[in-house]
Design a protein around this ligand. Structure first.
Ligand code: FE2
Ligand code: FE2
Length: 320
């Protein structure tokens, strides 16, 4: 255990009190190193997921079936870019730079949600992603509005509003397909079947296997456990599958009167760890594309640096 000097012990006690009083921790407040590190990991991982998540959907912008669908998808993908930028800025308030975070992503040191390493094979995937993936994200993010770090909690309030639009547009695509021709209905069923398990994986390993969970709960960074969040998502989604008239993606889904929840089958954890560790169908492609886009944007960063330098030179000149 870390030994603290007297000043630090006072700071630690103040911090603990604030956490227990449900007060937010702000960037200039003292915080334990591990709290800071844990937040940087979780928030940057969240930011990376928003940004990498633009790729599977961006894949369908030029092939959206109508002008309306295209406009909606475009603005949804732009929202995700905004979420990424918002979260990178919030993470920078903890003393890490954006380029350090990008380096960690591109070198494979930092993770992002493994669902984005699966391909979007048909237009129905756009429906299934909005409905299931953004739906799962909302369940998690709603609880994060009460996370203990102020900038993260505030970012979540706005992000959740936009996520609920994302979820609805996805569900609307699914509704149209599920009530369309036999082929369209089949397409909706197939996209749901493929995206169902990766969506459940978004909540992370079982609580008993989760390395960071219990500490994060103690610090009130996380407000609900992985398994409870996953159950909440299943409970709210099963009636939606029924309303769509689709077959269940998991034959073991069944209402459990005693528990007051739906039972369901076990996730393939081997697949989860494989994809997280880089062996998913699209991991290589996603990072390769990110690197290419990042290096194409170098001229923008160059222009910003040179503008800053000019401003600085002017200031020095005026002061002389
Ligand atoms: Fe988002
Ligand atoms: Fe979203």
């Amino acid at each position: 255990m870390q030994t603290l000097d007297k000043d630090e012990a006072v700071e630690q006690a103040t911090f603990d009190q604030r956490i227990s009083d449900e007060q937010k921790i702000e960037p200039t407040d003292w915080m334990p190193d591990d709290y800071r590190k844990n937040l940087i990991r979780q928030m940057s991982q969240h930011a990376h997921s928003e940004v990498i998540g633009m790729q599977p959907e961006g894949n369908w912008i030029t092939r959206a079936p109508t002008l309306r669908r295209k406009a909606v998808l475009l603005s949804k993908v732009q929202d995700e870019a905004g979420h990424g930028l918002y979260l990178y800025s919030a993470t920078e308030s903890l003393g890490i730079t954006r380029s350090q975070m990008i380096d960690a992503l591109q070198s494979g040191k930092a993770k992002y949600a493994s669902i984005f390493n699966y391909p979007t094979l048909t237009w129905a995937d756009i429906g299934a992603i909005g409905w299931l993936v953004d739906g799962a994200a909302i369940v998690n993010q709603i609880t994060l509005q009460r996370t203990s770090y102020g900038p993260y909690a505030r970012a979540m309030v706005r992000i959740c509003k936009e996520e609920s639009f994302h979820q609805r547009q996805g569900y609307e695509i699914m509704t149209v397909l599920a009530h369309g021709t036999q082929v369209q209905k089949q397409m909706a069923q197939d996209a749901m079947n493929r995206n169902w398990w990766p969506s459940l994986m978004m909540f992370g390993p079982h609580d008993s296997e989760s390395a960071h969970s219990s500490r994060s709960m103690g610090w009130k960074i996380k407000r609900m456990s992985n398994d409870d969040l996953r159950q909440k998502f299943i409970d709210q989604t099963v009636p939606q599958i029924e309303a769509l008239g689709l077959d269940m993606p998991d034959p073991l889904i069944k209402w459990n009167e005693e528990r007051g929840h739906y039972d369901s089958g076990e996730i393939n954890w081997e697949e989860f760890y494989q994809v997280i560790n880089g062996a998913g169908p699209c991991n290589y492609q996603r990072i390769k594309h990110h690197k290419a886009a990042h290096s194409e944007g170098e001229w923008v960063r160059e222009a910003v640096r040179s503008y800053r330098q000019k401003q600085q030179d002017k200031k020095t000149e005026n002061a002389a």
